[in-house]
Design a protein around this ligand. Structure first.
Ligand SMILES: [Zn+2]
Length: 189
């Protein structure tokens, strides 16, 4: 998920300071790339590969000034998501094999996505959720989240199901967004 536009400027400046040549930045798939529609497979074991993937995903999310990233978005179809909703981008959280075990209420929030650059629109989701997942040690934990964190978790978990936030919008809007992003892609080639 993309950071609120208000914070972008500060974070971009921050990014320049944090950027180091040792970071492994992964390319992010852009909507409507069909690989964004693949369903991710469960992680069987948290091994060195998964730990490296998580590290690279956190670095990629930070460099792109995002607040959430799913492995699907970097073309790795395993159930891994990273989030960081802190303004300083210094509190990354990792969810391996996340499962939504409770949801309550409704909340409309303007969403953006690193795979759908420059597009923001309102999506209604549960306001409170309880998510169960594995941590980096492979241990199961449960987290109750509300507000932005709840929205972000649901947005990233959707990616693992092959779903992008644009899919919640009207067909007219979806087609407009597809046309816009395809045009932008052609212009950069
Ligand atoms: Zn997204």
């Amino acid at each position: 998920m993309r950071a609120d536009a208000r914070y972008n400027k500060t974070l971009q400046n921050f990014k320049l300071i944090l950027y180091s040549p040792f970071m492994a930045l992964l390319p992010i798939l852009r909507y409507p790339d069909t690989r964004l529609y693949k369903k991710a497979k469960p992680v069987r074991e948290v091994d060195e590969y998964i730990r490296c993937l998580v590290q690279d995903m956190i670095e990629t999310m930070k460099a792109a000034v995002g607040i959430g990233l799913a492995a699907t978005q970097v073309d790795v179809h395993l159930r891994v998501i990273v989030l960081d909703i802190s303004k300083e981008q210094n509190n990354p959280e990792v969810f391996i094999n996340p499962r939504l075990i409770q949801q309550k209420g409704q909340r409309e929030h303007e969403e953006g996505c690193l795979s759908v650059p420059g597009i923001y629109d309102k999506v209604t989701r549960a306001d409170r959720v309880v998510v169960e997942a594995w941590d980096l040690e492979g241990k199961t934990f449960a987290l109750e989240a509300e507000g932005l964190m709840a929205t972000c978790l649901q947005h990233e978990m959707d990616h693992l199901e092959g779903k992008v936030f644009v899919d919640y919008l009207s067909l007219l809007k979806q087609n407009r967004i597809k046309a816009k992003l395809r045009k932008r892609l052609r212009e950069t080639l």
